[in-house]
Design a binder for this molecule. Sequence first.
Ligand SMILES: [Zn+2]
Ligand SMILES: [Zn+2]
Length: 416
Amino acid sequence: MTDLTALKSDALHLVDTLSPQLISISHQIHANPELAFEEHKSAATLADAAEAAGLAVTRAAYGQDTAFSADFGAASGPRIGILSEYDALPGIGHACGHNIIAAIGLGTSLALHGLGARLPGGVRYLGTPAEERGCGKELMARHGAFDGLDAAMMLHPAGINAKATRTMCISEVRATFHGRSAHAAVYPEGGRNALDAATIAYIAIGQLRQHMTNTSKVHGIMEKGGLAPNIVPDHTRLSYFIRALNAPELDALRKRVENCFQAGALATGCELELTWSEADYLDMKVNLSLADTYEAHARTLGREFIPYDILPLGGTDMSNVSHRLPVLHPLIACAPSNVMIHDPAFAKWAGSESGDQAIIDGTKALVMTALDFLGDENLRHRARSEFEATAAQSATAIALAFNPSGAHGAAGCGCC
Ligand SMILES: [Zn+2]
Ligand SMILES: [Zn+2]
């Protein structure tokens, strides 16, 4: 039988040895923020480091130019995915701290790899781009990135420590109205007003809000509204996010929102062009067997936790993975509790000494959790049973999350 205690102790020493390199890589990615689908340097930095440590890396993996993967360990037996995210936000850099996620994923994978033949299973280290928009993990899943895995694990930085993350489903839509231009004073009867169409749709969605479930949210902006007051607008565009607790609720709400857009077009004689995102973000299916194991390990490192179920509902494409296999997605503190992710101030914390400490603690807690999962059949069984209890709902959610005719990369902002 595998001596897990000795393995963990050796792996933790490996993390200590790796720490300066992990912190350096985190700072490198932090100083060069790259947006979703454009993370070429960040992906190369991580893939180069993995390769230098002896991992066989596949670049541009699972259909994404800025993804990578590296499988190692036993060919049979349990296999886990360890994930690194690394995309940044427009204008505010690494205000979601994905440089920390990147370093923790790399550190965990290198420490597990360092155990050599003593590793009680297999690992797939995955570089997963486009979390902030585009729902990259859903796109990678469709190319088989999570096939053959028994669990997938990552950590996200935050202002608090929590064993899991709560999220909602998100779909994005762009509604473009095509009307007909005319002089607004001389020949208004010749025009078809695309701004009126957008206004009617905007108001209709406002009226809809009163009759939605109180857990659903719809919010949007006008991206284009016309050129000049004396020209009847012939082209306007609205952009909306639609959120609901689960995929069936999202699907039903999507149809009602679509009717509001249609109303604007019908009333004004304009044409409506609707573009839904290619992939929706799903709700997180929390696996408490994994989450409790992680929390117990992180507490031994001095981390204090708050209950995850009082946290506000966010969004992440890791939720899409959670409907395919048991997933671990805890939060690790690197900032004061009043500094939220996507606040420009969070970017500073993500590159600070407490960000560096989160990398060391997070990597250690994740390594121990991964070893427990690979080496403890009882934990694997509990995690699987918990997942299977809602497998039917997950199959429905996965089917609803993908829209083959949707726009690539147009999906909502994953973390907010
Ligand atoms: Zn994030
Ligand atoms: Zn984010």
